[in-house]
Design a binder for this molecule. Structure first.
Ligand SMILES: [Mg+2]
Length: 363
């Protein structure tokens, strides 16, 4: 492509509307870096989104920017020696060997992989805005999503629950393990007293808050509420204990943080075989981008493990790509996507939520 491709990146600082309680403490701002790849005809943008303390590829800004610098330089050189960038929309990987090698070289940097993948997909898109050509992207289908209740005081959580029910969500996901568990149980119990499990699906996310020695009574108590699943009941790295909890199956278990840093197909296969979870939760920015996420999906389906895709605080750029990718799959299980309305300075978005469904609005 004769020396005409330029790869660059810039930082974008997102400000939260409400400083948000997460498993990593209170977040007020979040950094993302946009990668832009341009040729003489146009350009593509992807987002490298990190969460401090959670993203395996982010130590500090100096380290991250240095990796981005190297990556962009290498990518620019490489792209200028490729005749045509090719992507398989059935196997979800780039077909150019040079690009496959390049992605292998940054396998430990899932947020950067995802940013580069999306920038390339945006660049080669036949139609502007269509990263993946499917009914969701073309605004003909919507994706069911869960309504997320953020951690906070009992009153704050109660208010969010009411808002989500009012907004028409039929799946509510609540973070637990942050305040007193009995208070959290009371909040969940109050929903279950009003709605059956067919009316409202309840998911909880413990973000590893419990220990193996105290988690069983928690799971048994939650089971009485007929929950759909619990994410990460115990902290990561306790493969054997997690496997026992999954085998016990008092409550279906979904792995989330457990998948972070597990990058090769062999490692993925080993982890799933060792734990045999009921579900895995896939976040492209944390779990290997589009290609890495698709590897997880294939492995999970072979083992009859359920899955859903979730965003991880990306801006509209990353979220739009994740949503369009999710639109590729026939799945009726609610996904963990939103509209990015959590930021005061998000970029424009085509996504809206209607009664618990994510839709893309295009003119
Ligand atoms: Mg989670």
């Amino acid at each position: 492509m004769d020396g005409k491709i330029i790869v660059s990146f810039r930082k974008y600082l997102l400000n939260f509307v409400n400083p948000s309680g997460t498993s990593r403490g209170i977040l007020r701002h979040k950094s993302s870096w946009f990668i832009e790849i341009s040729d003489r005809k146009g350009s593509g943008v992807g987002e490298c989104s990190i969460i401090e303390g959670l993203s395996p590829d982010f130590i500090n800004e100096i380290q991250y920017v240095s990796v981005l610098n190297e990556t962009c330089t290498k990518l620019q050189k490489l792209l200028n020696n490729i005749d045509k960038i090719e992507f398989s929309y059935s196997n979800y990987q780039f077909l150019n060997f040079e690009l496959q090698d390049f992605f292998k070289s940054i396998i430990a940097f899932p947020s950067i992989i995802f940013g580069v993948e999306v920038a390339l997909l945006d660049l080669i898109a036949e139609e502007k805005g269509i990263l993946f050509d499917n009914n969701f992207s073309r605004s003909r289908a919507s994706i069911p999503i869960n309504g997320l209740v953020w951690m906070g005081s009992e009153e704050f959580m109660q208010k969010q629950i009411e808002d989500k029910l009012q907004a028409g969500f039929s799946t509510i996901k609540m973070k637990i393990g942050a305040i007193d568990f009995q208070k959290e149980f009371t909040l969940l119990n109050a929903i279950r007293n009003r709605f059956t499990k067919d009316e409202i699906t309840l998911r909880v996310d413990a973000n590893g808050a419990f220990s193996f020695s105290n988690v069983l009574p928690v799971l048994k108590q939650l089971k009485t509420l007929e929950l759909h699943s619990i994410e990460q009941p115990i902290a990561v790295g306790q493969i054997e204990s997690m496997g026992l909890l999954c085998a016990e199956n008092s409550l279906p278990i979904a792995l989330d943080e457990e998948l972070i840093g597990v990058n090769t197909i062999i490692e993925k296969e080993e982890l799933l075989s060792a734990i045999l979870p009921q579900y895995i939760i896939l976040k492209p920015s944390l779990h290997g981008g589009v290609t890495g996420t698709y590897e997880w999906i294939q492995l999970a389906e072979r083992k009859n493990i359920g899955w859903w895709i979730t965003s991880a605080l990306e801006s509209s750029i990353g979220l739009n790509a994740i949503a369009q990718f999710t639109g590729e799959f026939e799945t009726s299980i609610p996904q963990g996507l939103g509209t990015g309305g959590i930021y005061t300075n998000n970029l424009p978005s085509d996504l809206i939520i209607e009664k618990g469904y994510l839709k893309r609005i295009i003119n």
